[in-house]
Design a protein around this ligand. Structure first.
Ligand SMILES: C[S@@+](CC[C@H](N)C(=O)[O-])C[C@H]1O[C@@H](n2cnc3c(N)ncnc32)[C@H](O)[C@@H]1O
Length: 392
């Protein structure tokens, strides 16, 4: 295991991973996305075998050498590209008990001592009447107390690390995180992960920002999460066009980043956005806009409530047009049925054919849809053919 990790402010030592690493991998997802998640897992991690599952959570067994299968022990910061996964943790199993303090004692016995930097507590189902904040505080207090007498040196490190984490549930890259997913009021799943990607720093992989009152739609939040998840930098003064812009939350977020924005939509954009200085609306359908009008845009954003193949056709028509070569695409592909996720691999290939490198993720703030972010590929622009998307 490496002893240091790159950090924004230089290098800092990594804390020790727990000795017992946990027997399986637990993955959480949006309720309903379990089958799509498993199909993706079969493609990219075929050595893992599906175990128990229920709405919003799937467990995977790791192969053991004794069974004759190849060994696969994920690294500490294991966060594979499962697209539909929110949190991916190494799990020890579940604890249950009469009350929080009994469950906490069982949790501590299950995990054993480790040099935790943060504790993530979240609910599988928001309707469960529990307080993750209160459970997290109690857990941090117990962890701090437990480590103090037995291992004074470790205790002081845990204490100082967790003290700073009390008000800051967001982990930093490199942090060793103790995970506690509340499955039901009296049963918790317990595990750990090493924070690495932006979403692995958020409890349960859930974007922590809630919609501020002055934002005109939840699309503001989705774009905010997409920017954070894919670590995108929008340079002030650049230009974006959004297909499917009304009522205007995403345009609002782009304008806040200092971009000039054109919103295309037959429906009206909210007056609070429409009145902003660097905003213009073209009130029509995307396919009715002449291609030469797309020249000079740096970003193409798409969030239309139409079939994903139609969204892809609209994007392909634009980014393969003569004189149009935005640096990036941020596309929401709606899934009218979960089974449509089977076409995702083919859809992503289209971005490659257009000369872009795509990454995809189902955002925690989105609905039954996938967000694709595709940046212009380095080198030759690729074939850049407008190809018809499969899977309609
Ligand atoms: C989910 S809403 C978009 C939300 C928006 N991005 C925001 O930030 O508030 C979907 C929008 O797509 C628009 N739409 C559907 N088909 C379209 C098309 N062919 N061209 C442009 N807009 C379209 C609808 O009118 C609707 O306003």
């Amino acid at each position: 295991m490496p002893s240091t990790a790159p950090h924004g402010d230089g290098f800092r030592p990594l804390s020790r991973a727990p000795a017992g690493r946990g027997d399986f991998v637990l993955v959480t997802c949006q309720g309903g996305a379990e089958a799509a998640l498993c199909r993706r897992q079969e493609e990219i991690l075929p050595l893992m075998k599906k175990g128990a599952w229920r709405r919003g959570v799937v467990t995977f067994r790791l192969p053991t050498p004794a069974s004759g299968e190849p060994t696969f022990d994920p690294p500490d910061d294991f966060n594979p590209d499962l697209i539909f996964a929110r949190a991916v943790i190494r799990s020890y199993g579940q604890v249950s008990g009469a009350d929080d303090s009994e469950r906490i004692q069982k949790l501590l016995a299950l995990t054993g001592p480790a040099d935790w930097n943060n504790v993530h507590v979240w609910q599988r189902d928001y309707r469960t009447e529990v307080s993750p904040v209160a459970i997290r505080s109690a857990l941090i207090a117990s962890l701090t107390a437990q480590s103090r007498p037995a291992e004074p040196a470790l205790g002081s490190r845990v204490e100082s690390s967790l003290q700073t984490a009390i008000d800051q549930p967001m982990a930093r890259p490199g942090d060793l995180v103790l995970d506690c997913m509340i499955d039901s009021a009296d049963r918790w799943w317990v595990g750990w992960h090493r924070a690495a990607s932006p979403s692995s720093c958020w409890p349960g992989g859930i974007h922590l920002v809630s919609l501020p009152a002055d934002k005109v739609s939840r699309a503001w939040l989705k774009l905010d999460e997409a920017l954070a998840t894919f670590d995108l930098t929008l340079r002030p003064g650049t230009r974006a066009v959004e297909l499917g812009a009304a009522p205007g939350g995403a345009c609002q977020r782009l304008l806040e980043a200092g971009l000039s924005v054109v919103g295309i939509d037959p429906a009206l954009v909210d007056t609070r956005v429409a009145a902003l200085k660097n905003f213009e609306q073209w009130r029509m359908r995307a396919r009715d806009v002449r291609l030469k009008n797309f020249r000079g845009f740096d970003w193409v954003v798409a969030d239309m409530n139409i079939d994903p193949t139609s969204t892809l056709e609209s994007i392909g028509r634009i980014v393969t047009a003569s004189g149009v070569r935005p640096e990036g695409i941020i596309a929401t592909l709606k899934l009218p049925e979960w089974s449509r996720a089977d076409s995702l691999g083919d859809w992503l290939k289209l971005f490659g054919q257009w000369g872009y490198s795509p990454r995809a993720r189902q955002l925690s703030t989105g609905g039954r849809e996938v967000c694709v972010v595709a940046l212009k590929s380095a080198g030759p622009a690729g074939r850049r053919r407008a190809t018809r998307p499969p899977g309609r």
